[in-house]
Design a protein around this ligand. Sequence first.
Ligand code: ATP
Length: 241
Amino acid sequence: SPDTPLLCVRDLHVSYGPVEAVGGISLDVPRGAIVSVIGPNGAGKSTLLNALMGLLPSKGQATLDGRDVAAMPVEDRLRRGLCLVSEKRELFAEMSVADNLALGAYSRRHEPKGAVEADLEAGYQRFPRLKERRHQTAGTLSGGERQMLAIARALMARPQLLMLDEPSLGLAPLIVAEVLETVSELRRSGVSILIVEQNARAVLRIADYGYVLEQGRIAMEGDAATLLADERLIQTYLGFG
Ligand code: ATP
């Protein structure tokens, strides 16, 4: 139903051997929303996203569009509309921008070619700098351009829910603003977003709702504007930004 959140996570646990990194997290991503997960180094933010993508084994419930995805392999989650842009961005440095984008549509390889080509053109329209550089190898792009390419490549999978792990990592403040503005615009094309950031202030400015993660648990949650207005919270948990 259109009223149930796109993503529902209930009591998710993720362990590395004997060490529990995520200790029972419940969260929702409503349709069309930008939801942020903020918190200090080592809080379990990357672990959470990797588990939701199916890259790490987890316990607990996760439904996408009402469908249980908790036990699905990565490839099936991709086909159901989950997509993760990892912290490392994982581009193919020796390959061109165009070929990196084409690989983003790998999970759609059985679809008619025209649909994928139309999305490639739409991607170039959204990211004109990538179009200009489409024959350039990904490894020669600037940090900001690489992040844009990682996002554009993820969009080629036609995600319903795009998960972004620290898209601002290693970028200059001006470029951070540009990347987050891009994320904010994605919502208009109907993509819902779950975004992990250490840069709390910046991400709460574009988010609807935020969860504060601390030592693998939700320490606090609320509307982004409410969290943003809580000076003490920003100072205590989140330091910079
Ligand atoms: P950061 O912002 O520094 O990336 P994070 O909030 O994303 O932090 P995680 O990377 O999810 O945190 O790490 C959560 C906890 O799990 C940390 O204590 C970390 O040391 C531990 N951890 C992460 N990856 C592994 C691994 N492969 N093996 C063992 N422990 C791990």
